[in-house]
Design a protein around this ligand. Structure first.
Ligand SMILES: [Zn+2]
Length: 175
C-alpha cells in the first residue's frame, strides 16, 4: 500500500516541486463505486494502480498552479450490461491555486483551468482521486454491439443512440 502524501500546495507550486509515483486503487475509496472489480485481477496484474506526476508551476502572470498527469488502466462497469469495461486512463489537468482571500472573479474568468483553494496540507491522493472522478465518462458503455449477452438476450440499445450521448462528446473535448 502506498503511503499517503501531503504537500503545502503554494510552496509546492512556487518552488516548482515535483512528485511522481503510483497510487493504489484502494487508496481512492470514492473511486471504488465506479470500478467493476476494485480489488480484482487488473490491479494485481499491473501491480500498482495509477501512475501520477504532480508538478508545481506558475502561469505567465505568476499565478501558482498544479499540473497533474495520470496514467493507468481502470476497469469500469458498463452501464448497459454491467460487465467490466477496460478504460485506459490518460489524464492531464491544470489547476490554479487561490488563497481564500483572493478568491475572486479573475480566477473564475480564467475558464480553461479549474481553481482549488491553496492548502498547507493538501492530500495528494484525494486530489488525484477527484481528478480521476471528474475525468471519467458519466455513463461508460461498451461500443454498440459489444455488450455481454445476458439472460434473455441483449440489454443493448440500438447502436445509433451511442453517437448522440452528449457526455461522450464532452469527455472527448476534455482531452
Ligand atoms: Zn456492456
Amino acid at each position: 500500500m502506498s503511503e499517503r502524501q501531503f504537500i503545502d500546495s503554494l510552496d509546492f507550486a512556487n518552488n516548482k516541486r515535483e512528485l511522481r509515483g503510483q497510487v493504489a486503487l484502494v487508496e481512492m475509496p470514492r473511486l471504488q463505486d465506479v470500478l467493476a472489480s476494485p480489488d480484482a485481477s487488473l490491479q494485481q496484474d499491473s501491480n500498482e494502480g495509477v501512475g501520477y506526476i504532480l508538478r508545481g508551476l506558475q502561469d505567465e502572470n505568476g499565478k501558482p498552479m498544479l499540473s497533474i498527469k495520470l496514467d493507468g488502466v481502470l476497469e469500469l462497469r458498463c452501464q448497459r450490461c454491467l460487465g467490466g469495461l477496460v478504460y485506459p486512463l490518460k489524464l492531464v489537468s491544470q489547476l490554479f491555486l487561490a488563497h481564500r482571500d483572493d478568491w475572486d472573479e479573475s480566477y473564475i474568468e480564467d475558464g480553461e483551468a479549474e481553481t482549488i483553494l491553496a492548502d498547507q496540507r493538501l492530500d495528494v491522493f484525494a486530489l488525484l482521486e477527484e481528478e480521476i472522478l471528474l475525468g471519467l465518462p458519466f455513463a461508460p458503455r461498451h461500443p454498440a454491439g459489444a455488450c455481454q449477452v445476458v439472460a434473455g438476450g441483449y440489454l443493448a440499445e440500438e447502436g445509433g443512440r451511442m453517437q448522440e450521448n452528449p457526455f461522450a462528446i464532452l469527455s472527448e473535448l476534455k482531452k
